[in-house]
Design a protein around this ligand. Structure first.
Ligand SMILES: O=C(O)C1=C[C@@H](OP(=O)(O)O)[C@@H](O)[C@H](O)C1
Ligand SMILES: C=C(OP(=O)(O)O)C(=O)O
Length: 427
C-alpha cells in the first residue's frame, strides 16, 4: 500500500506508542520466568514474533486490551514443534536464538527476506564457544539457523560493533544457565544503551547482570521473578522521534507528545539533537510530556553510535535545516531491515536534497532549496517509511511513500495518528 502525503501542518496531542525494545524483553523475560503480566505492551508485527517464540518454547501469551498474560517455560525451553518464524524482527531472532541454545534438542529459526540477510555470525560463534550447536544453513552467518544445546555457561569473546542484541541475548539466556556467561567484547560496543535497557528489565525481573572491564557478565542459576508478577512498558523514543520531527518541521501551533517518561532509551537523545538544532522544545520529564513547535533549524554534527534508529529521522531534519548536518558513526545502521544509510541518501536525493554518503558518515547539506514531493521507496522498512512521511509534510506538492503497511513492525497506527493530527494523507 502507498500513502500520498501533501504538504500540510499538524497540531494537537499524541500519545507515544509503547517501547518495542522493552516489550520484546518483557515478553521473553516473562517466558524465562514462570510467567508474568506485561502491562501497556506494544502489540506489533515484531513483538508478535517474540510472543510466537515464547509459545514455541512451551509458554503461552494471552492478549488483553492493555496487557499480556504470559505463562513462562521457567528457564527450560522445550524443543519447538515447528520452526520459529521471527518475520522481520532482528531483536526476536537474536534474543530467541540464545534461548534455543538452552534447549535439549534442535531449534530452527528463520525470518523474512530482510531478516535472512542480516548478520547472525557473532552470536552463532558465541554459542559454539559455549559448546552449543549453532549453524547457518547456508553457511553464510545468516538465517535460517539451526541451534541446540543445552549450554551450561562459560566465557565468550565477540565483536561489539555489529549488534548489541548479541549481548542482550546472551545475558538473558545466561542467567538461567548453570555457570552464567561472561562476554568479552573484542571491539567497541555500538548501540550500548540497548544493553542498559536489558539490564534494567532484568533487574525488574530480579536478575543481576553487570558491566565488567572487558564487557558484560551474568551469573548463572538465577530465577526470573518480577516484582508483583508484573512489568509495565514505557513509551518508545524511536517512535517519538517521528512525532517530534513533525512538530519541529510542521506544527506552527505546536504539538504535544505524552507518554514520554525518562528511561534507559538512548533514543531520548532526539530531544537534545532537536534542541541543538534550535527547535522550540520543552520536556516535562515528570509528566512525561514533550511540547515542540515549528522552528527554524540549523545543521549539527551527531554521532549515532549509541542511537542507530535515529538516523532516518535526523537525516530528514538535516535536509530541512539550514547548513550542514553530519551524521557520524553510522556503519552499523547499514545492518538493519535495509541499509538505512543508503536508503536515506537515495530517497532524500530524489526529493532534491544534497546528500553525500560515505561508509560511516552521512552528510546532508540542507536548506538550499525546498524538498520536492516525489515517489519514494519505503524499502519495506518501518523507519524509512515513517521518516520519509515526515519529509512529505514539508516537501512541495505530494510525496508518495511506497509500502506503508510495514509501519506495523513498530508503530501500527502511525498513519492514523498523522491524519488525526491534521496531515493531508491519502492511502
Ligand atoms: O535491542 C534492541 O531492542 C535493539 C537494538 C538496536 O539494534 P543493534 O544492537 O543491532 O544496533 C536497535 O537498532 C534495534 O532497533 C532494537
Ligand atoms: C532495527 C530495528 O529492529 P530489529 O533489529 O529488531 O529488526 C528497528 O526497529 O529499527
Amino acid at each position: 500500500m502507498d500513502a500520498d502525503i501533501t504538504k500540510s501542518t499538524v497540531s494537537g496531542t499524541v500519545q507515544a506508542p509503547p517501547s518495542k525494545s522493552y516489550t520484546h524483553r518483557a515478553i521473553l523475560a516473562a517466558g524465562y520466568a514462570g510467567g508474568a503480566t506485561v502491562r501497556d505492551p506494544l502489540v506489533s508485527a515484531d513483538t508478535k514474533a517474540t510472543m510466537r517464540a515464547v509459545e514455541g518454547y512451551g509458554g503461552s501469551v494471552e492478549r488483553h486490551d492493555d496487557h499480556l498474560d504470559v505463562t513462562g517455560f521457567d528457564g527450560r525451553p522445550e524443543v519447538p514443534d515447528d520452526v520459529i518464524d521471527c518475520a522481520n524482527s532482528g531483536t526476536t531472532m537474536r534474543l530467541v536464538t540464545a534461548t534455543a541454545a538452552l534447549g535439549d534438542g534442535l531449534t530452527v529459526l528463520t525470518g523474512d527476506d530482510s531478516l535472512r540477510s542480516r548478520p547472525q555470525g557473532p552470536l552463532l560463534d558465541a554459542i559454539d564457544q559455549l559448546d552449543g550447536r549453532a549453524e547457518s544453513t547456508r553457511g553464510n552467518g545468516q538465517a535460517p539457523l539451526v541451534v541446540g544445546g543445552p549450554i551450561d555457561g562459560g566465557r565468550v569473546s565477540i565483536p561489539g560493533d555489529v549488534s548489541s542484541q548479541y549481548v542482550t541475548a546472551l545475558l538473558m539466556a545466561g542467567a538461567v544457565t548453570e555457570g552464567g556467561i561472561e562476554i568479552d567484547l573484542k571491539t567497541e560496543l555500538k548501540s550500548a544503551p540497548y544493553v542498559d535497557i536489558t539490564i534494567e528489565v532484568l533487574e525488574a525481573f530480579g536478575v543481576d547482570a553487570e558491566q565488567t572491564a572487558d564487557g558484560f557478565a551474568v551469573a548463572g542459576g538465577q530465577s526470573y521473578d518480577p516484582v508483583d508478577g508484573e512489568y509495565t512498558v514505557p513509551g518508545d523514543f524511536s517512535s517519538i522521534s517521528y512525532l517530534l520531527a513533525m512538530g519541529a518541521l510542521a506544527a506552527p501551533d505546536g504539538l504535544t507528545v505524552t507518554g514520554a517518561h525518562p528511561s534507559a532509551q538512548g533514543d531520548s537523545a532526539i530531544v537534545d539533537v532537536l534542541q541543538r538544532m534550535g527547535a522550540d522544545l520543552t520536556w516535562d520529564r515528570e509528566a512525561g510530556e514533550i511540547h515542540v513547535s515549528q522552528s527554524d533549524l540549523s545543521g549539527v554534527e551527531v554521532s549515532v553510535a549509541d542511537t542507530p534508529d535515529l538516523l532516518p529521522t535526523i537525516a530528514v531534519l538535516g535536509a530541512v535545516a539550514d547548513g550542514t548536518t553530519t551524521i557520524v558513526d553510522c556503519e552499523h545502521v547499514r545492518y538493519k531491515e535495509t541499509d538505512r544509510v543508503a536508503a536515506m541518501s537515495e530517497a532524500l536525493t530524489a526529493m532534491g536534497a544534497s546528500v553525500e554518503e560515505e561508509h560511516d558518515t552521512l552528510t546532508i547539506h540542507g536548506g538550499d532549496s525546498d524538498l520536492d514531493g516525489t515517489t519514494v521507496d519505503g524499502r519495506a522498512d518501518h523507519r524509512i517509511i515513517m521518516s520519509l512521511s515526515v519529509a512529505g509534510l514539508v516537501a512541495d506538492g505530494t510525496t508518495t511513500v511506497e509500502g506503508i503497511e510495514h509501519v506495523d513492525v513498530s508503530f501500527p497506527n502511525f498513519f492514523d495518528e498523522l491524519e488525526t493530527l491534521g496531515a493531508e494523507v491519502s492511502r
